[in-house]
Design a protein around this ligand. Structure first.
Ligand code: PGA
Length: 249
């Protein structure tokens, strides 16, 4: 059985007062909840880890640098993230690929840096609208998988999030058939590269406008093991029903 994961990406939202959402979420979780990960902005990582301690919630960062340390003003290493008590880190989010020109090989290096710091990497891939419209989705996904995933991937050190860029923050969600097609394709590619035993256990998350009212439909897909949620992860009242839908899927 693959583990189910509901991950929340707060992006550049949240101040210290937002940690009350974490407390509320922790108390709203059912006893056998799926794995829940909250990725707050970096300044909140330490306090979020303290707040979540003893609860079922894990804390993750939204990005890391590929080097351990050095003259990289403003950057944060995977080791530093682990030092806050966080256990996960998102790498290769499309907003970083776009705004910070991160390439597949950068993301591969970041995933390796995450592993070296004993963090689980949540590696993001996804096609742009023009790729989808030109019927290039699977080629783009294949290229991102080949370029962004390091050798040595396992279900313990990594999670993959498929996030079509055109679905992020737009309220537009692919059809269930489109989600199934890409997730099945990813599983097949992982099987070819890492072998069935490893590939079968790697959690595949869907991301892009997941909300309480569409989560149950998305979780019907066999190769969807959870979600990476942006906007609807900011409030416990929105995120808790998504976690419940996953628990019941
Ligand atoms: P969204 O963001 O749920 O607000 O669409 C998803 C993401 O970027 O991870």
């Amino acid at each position: 059985m693959r583990r189910k994961i509901a991950a929340g990406n707060w992006k550049m939202n949240g101040l210290a007062a937002s940690l009350s959402e974490l407390e509320q979420l922790a108390s709203a979780l059912p006893p056998h909840a799926p794995e829940v990960i909250i990725c707050p902005p970096a300044p909140l990582l330490f306090r979020a880890s303290e707040t979540a301690r003893g609860s079922a919630i894990h804390i993750g960062a939204q990005d890391c640098h590929m080097q351990d340390s050095g003259a990289f003003t403003g950057d944060i290493s995977a080791q530093m993230i682990a030092d806050t008590g966080a256990t996960h880190v998102i790498v290769g989010h499309s907003e970083r690929r776009a705004a910070h020109e991160e390439r597949d090989r950068d993301i591969r290096s970041k995933a390796k840096a995450a592993w070296a710091a004993k963090l689980t990497a949540i590696i993001c891939i996804g096609e742009a609208l023009e790729d989808r419209e030109a019927d290039n989705t699977l080629d783009i996904i294949a290229g991102q998988l080949a370029g962004s995933l390091p050798d040595g991937m396992t279900a313990t050190n990594s999670v993959i999030a498929y996030e079509p860029i055109w679905a992020i923050g737009t309220g537009k969600v692919p059809t269930l058939e489109q989600i199934v097609e890409v997730h099945d394709f990813i599983r097949t590619k992982l099987t070819i590269r890492y072998g069935a035993e490893i590939a079968d256990m790697i959690p595949l998350l869907y991301g892009g406008s997941v909300k309480p009212d569409n989560a149950a439909t998305i979780f019907q897909a066999e190769n969807v093991d959870g979600a990476l949620v942006g906007g609807a992860s900011l409030k416990s009242a929105d995120f808790a029903p998504i976690i419940m839908a996953l628990a019941q899927s």
